[in-house]
Design a protein. Sequence first.
Length: 275
Amino acid sequence: MTKRIDYYYLPKKFRKKHDFCEFVINDIERLVIDETFVELKTQIINLPENLKIENDTQDHIFDILQANGLRVEHNQIIRTHLLLSLIMETCYFLQESLLCSLKMRMTVCFTLLRKPFLEISILLMRILNESDFIERFSNEDGFDPIKTTPNQKKGLIEKTNNFLNNKFQPDDLFDYIFSKEFGDSLFNLTNNAIHLYTDRNPIVATEKQNLNFIFSTWEDIEAQWEYIYENLPMLISFIADVIEVLVFKSTSVDEKIFIGRLKKRDKMRKKYNVS
């Protein structure tokens, strides 16, 4: 990673943690651009000799696979393509969010955090933990892959954390991402960033003579930066580790490569003094 020169308005005390966040996001991005992980973009399927394909067929490959009972192969293609797309979307939103933080565009910074954490993270955890998820995603009409109750989210976080060697605190992850009762959750803060006025949740209701984020003073912005760099390193590390496990399970890439990537991230965590 090249050393950043221009931090725009970001105070010096936040820069190390910002650098760590950028490192982790760039590490996620390598899964897309590094040829080592080409299986996320290109799948090779050994088709049976008796595969039935009409000479003039206009059917999509998915339809052909399903028509011939090749559900495992069909679901593998869906799974890897879905995972690749979610990884790319995660990178786009988090990279732009951090750039907005540097430029002190805090409303946009928080708004961009909503999709990767409140939506994409649910999809990633469901793909990892629910054996029938791809089947339902492909075939079930009206299936909402995001819709989950608070208890289901808590369960997904706990199960996912088991895959990560219990590296994180599940209660903290739930509170800081999804909780409606915790004022400092991304659910509440990003909701305020999106809307000028909010009154459904009294914990974060807009005060009189105010609009959300619009009249932020320098002290308010400092507090927003404090929140970002106190919590985002943990949250980005979580989503990166989940993606790492999914890519490992979805490709034939040697396990040693993933172990090396995780060790490097741990080394960078210590370098930048991130807990």
